[in-house]
Design a protein. Structure first.
Length: 322
């Protein structure tokens, strides 16, 4: 069993897709290959059942089955964080304790939609942490584009100062670079302990976020080896090499970020890489058409050429065929 999450979390905590068969059923064999693929890519952790994991489309039984399989497949080699956000705090608490019993390293929660004031946001997170108890490490997700709930820097600082079981801030506000700097500044002033900050937003701003003090990425991308390489180069002090590597993949980072269809694109790349058997997004969800496939093939071939120019591996070459 991997160690439980703490404030030293760094590197890449990949957001895992949830594989489905063509008929929409949960595909646990593909889940095994997906975990192996992430491990081979060098990630330091994994988050399952997040937004990009289509968690709202799974039943409670399916969620537990997928968590059990993914956690077991890692064999304790990396920590697994499980998305646990739920409109009902009792349901959130129950599910969190179930996955912790399976060997999860912690859970990820975000404010529920509809919280309009700082007092409401702070009160909700305090209630969640109290319900979970002191032994459940928590990743606090700040993703206002999804939740329509804003967490100010002052609220974030108070929560992390007062609640020791909050270990990681998943920073996904945008524009959010200044916010990240302000959260780090509170630590520099000695106002609270240093926390781990992992960033999301599909890595659109990863180099700038790393330069501003992020510890790594907590996001999804069909080429996790890029995320790993960029973060490692930043930690090694070579920001120029990190940005050069990132730039090679930027067209695909951007392409995957398209609202609505982005997850279908990511799953199709994973299918082409031989990781999952089907690119199915559970209904209601988009399906790529012939033009989408052709476009994706062109972008992958462009990536191959760019990697060759940089003298890097052209392993994605087998992706060009549909």
């Amino acid at each position: 069993m991997a160690a439980r999450l703490d404030e030293t979390a760094k590197g890449v905590f990949i957001i895992a897709a949830t594989p489905f068969a063509d008929d929409g059923a949960l595909d646990l064999e593909s889940a095994d290959r997906l975990v192996d693929f992430y491990l081979e890519s060098g990630v330091t952790g994994m988050t399952i059942l997040g937004v990009l994991g289509e968690a709202p489309k799974l039943s409670g039984e399916e969620s537990l089955a997928f968590a059990r399989r993914a956690i077991a497949r890692t064999g304790g080699r990396i920590p697994v964080v499980v998305g646990a956000s739920n409109p009902g705090i009792d349901n959130l608490r129950r599910f969190s304790h179930e996955v912790m019993a399976l060997g999860a390293a912690g859970v990820m929660v975000s404010p529920i939609p509809g919280l309009r004031t700082e007092d409401q946001v702070e009160g909700y997170i305090r209630a969640v942490v109290a319900a979970l108890g002191p032994d459940v490490p928590v990743v606090l997700q700040d993703y206002p584009a999804l939740t329509q709930t804003h967490m100010s820097v002052s609220v974030i600082n108070r929560l992390f100062a007062d609640l020791p079981s909050l270990k990681v801030l998943k920073h996904e506000d945008m524009p959010g670079l200044r916010k990240l700097t302000q959260v780090r500044a509170a630590e520099a002033r000695g106002e609270r302990r240093r926390i781990s900050i992992l960033v999301g937003n599909s890595a659109l701003y990863l180099p700038q976020e790393m330069a501003r003090g992020a510890d790594g990425a907590n996001t999804g991308f069909a080429f996790p080896e890029m995320l790993v390489g960029v973060v490692e180069k930043f930690h090694a002090g070579d920001a120029t090499a990190a940005e050069d590597l990132y730039d090679a993949y930027l067209p695909l980072v951007r392409h995957e970020q398209q609202p609505g269809i982005g997850l279908a694109i990511r799953k199709e790349i994973l299918r082409r890489r031989g990781v999952i058997a089907s690119a199915r997004v559970r209904a209601p969800g988009p399906v790529l058409d012939a033009t989408d496939h052709q476009e994706l093939t062109g972008l992958v071939r462009r990536l191959e050429r760019r990697l060759a120019q940089l003298g890097l591996s052209t392993a994605p070459a087998r992706l060009a065929a549909e």
